[in-house]
Design a protein around this ligand. Structure first.
Ligand SMILES: Cc1cc2nc3c(=O)[nH]c(=O)nc-3n(C[C@H](O)[C@H](O)[C@H](O)COP(=O)(O)OP(=O)(O)OC[C@H]3O[C@@H](n4cnc5c(N)ncnc54)[C@H](O)[C@@H]3O)c2cc1C
Length: 373
């Protein structure tokens, strides 16, 4: 069945992403486990395959980015290596709000994988309530001096191009927050990996800024304009997360089907229990509904009809759906579903992240409820 709103060029791109991940990602998992995550080589190859800077190379068609997200979700290895390519959502910030000089300087290297990006907003003491961040960017002549600590940042330990969110005017709350580009080798920047149980070899990092001095020309958009920039990026981010959940749930169902068809209990295959068939049917229905939601969301985004409330509903549904499907799949595997070496176990822990990062379930409900009040 052809997916709603997709053209042949989209499907060709899907094949490119899938074959890249099959070739360069899955077979190298043991290597990534050994070195503690993706290496620069992976990024360069992803750049050469045309998978980076999709906000630019996709000619403004978000479908390409959503496809990359769905395929990354499908790749069972991504449950180990984390959000990787998806940190590229930062390119939307550069394209949408960066100056010509910033684009000229960074875009070519983003496309080749020389620059890898991260968006440090969250802090050890501040997550959901983003406007309460304490990091500051103090103006001194023609420079900003940045101080603060950022935590749980995707690509945070390895990225060399950081779009830091800091208060340029702490007295103005949300309107005093700005996005400033910092190259990670600037004196005063330090990065470290945070060990996590989901995306175990993924790069979830801490970034510290101690009197980090950057030129004022590194400001992205307007001073005080961070929330506006982030809100615009949230729409794309919600869809890519949902697409990723869709890919992961679909792959988990395939892996589970293979398993229950060969595993025998009480002299019969696990799939021959009617309970198993009902559980698989629930998974299938969940996945099909989510597929329709993701494809509709992309169409609405293209028509500039996709709202913040739509994004909240999509993220809430898709992340919970992935959690439900993965939980059922683990159950059908029995004890084997909890073995560390089993991809389904990694996918189960990875699924748990989706309901927390980029706005928790509760924050999505707050946004949805607000529309009804
Ligand atoms: C793997 C991973 C990757 C991440 N990547 C990034 C990144 O790239 N950049 C970045 O800046 N951040 C990133 N984050 C941080 C992420 O966005 C935060 O973890 C998330 O926003 C929640 O913040 P918190 O962890 O501080 O939880 P808290 O804000 O402390 O929330 C604790 C609990 O309180 C609940 N709660 C909060 N407010 C309300 C409310 N109003 N009503 C009801 N309940 C509420 C929450 O839902 C949650 O259950 C990442 C996190 C993870 C785990």
């Amino acid at each position: 069945m052809t997916r709603m709103g997709y053209q042949e060029e989209h499907e060709a791109f899907r094949r490119t992403v899938r074959s890249f991940l099959d070739r360069e990602h899955e077979p190298n998992l043991a290597h990534y486990e050994k070195i503690g995550g993706l290496d620069r080589d992976f990024w360069r190859k992803a750049g050469a395959a045309g998978l980076l800077g999709l906000a630019h190379t996709g000619g403004g068609d978000f479908t390409y980015y959503a496809i990359a997200a769905e395929e990354l979700g499908r790749s069972a290895g991504s449950a180990t290596t984390g959000s990787s390519l998806m940190a590229d959502v930062a390119t939307y910030i550069l394209i949408g709000h960066g100056t010509d000089a910033q684009k000229e300087k960074y875009l070519p290297g983003i496309l080749t994988g020389e620059w890898t990006q991260a968006m440090p907003l969250t802090e050890p003491g501040v997550g959901s309530d983003a406007t309460a961040i304490t990091a500051t960017a103090r103006r001194e002549g023609d420079a900003y001096v940045i101080n603060g600590e950022k935590y749980f940042i995707s690509n945070g330990a390895g990225a060399n191009l950081l779009y830091v969110v800091a208060k340029t005017d702490p007295s103005r709350g949300a309107k005093g927050m700005s996005v400033i580009i910092v190259e990670a080798d600037t004196p005063g920047v330090s990065q470290a990996k945070i060990p996590m149980i989901g995306w175990r070899q993924g790069d979830t990092g801490a970034v510290n800024f101690a009197d980090v001095r950057v030129p004022v020309s590194n400001l992205v958009g307007q001073e005080g304009g961070a929330m506006k920039i982030l809100m615009a990026t949230f729409l794309e981010d919600r869809i890519q997360i949902a697409a990723r959940c869709l890919g992961a749930a679909s792959r988990a169902l395939e892996l589970t089907l293979d398993y229950v068809k060969q595993r025998k209990v009480f002299g019969q295959r696990v799939i021959d229990f009617q309970n198993t068939q009902f559980v698989l049917a629930d998974c299938r229905a969940d996945i099909r509904i989510t597929e329709t939601m993701v494809d509709t969301a992309m169409m609405r985004l293209r028509e500039k009809q996709f709202t913040f409330e739509d994004g909240a509903i999509l993220k809430l549904w898709a992340t919970q759906m992935e959690g439900r499907v993965l939980d059922r799949c683990v159950q059908l595997f029995g004890g084997a579903g909890l073995m560390d070496e089993n991809p389904i176990a990694r996918m189960w822990t990875a699924a748990r992240i989706q309901r927390i990062y980029a706005g928790t379930d509760e924050l999505q409900k707050v946004a949805i409820a607000r529309g009804m009040l």
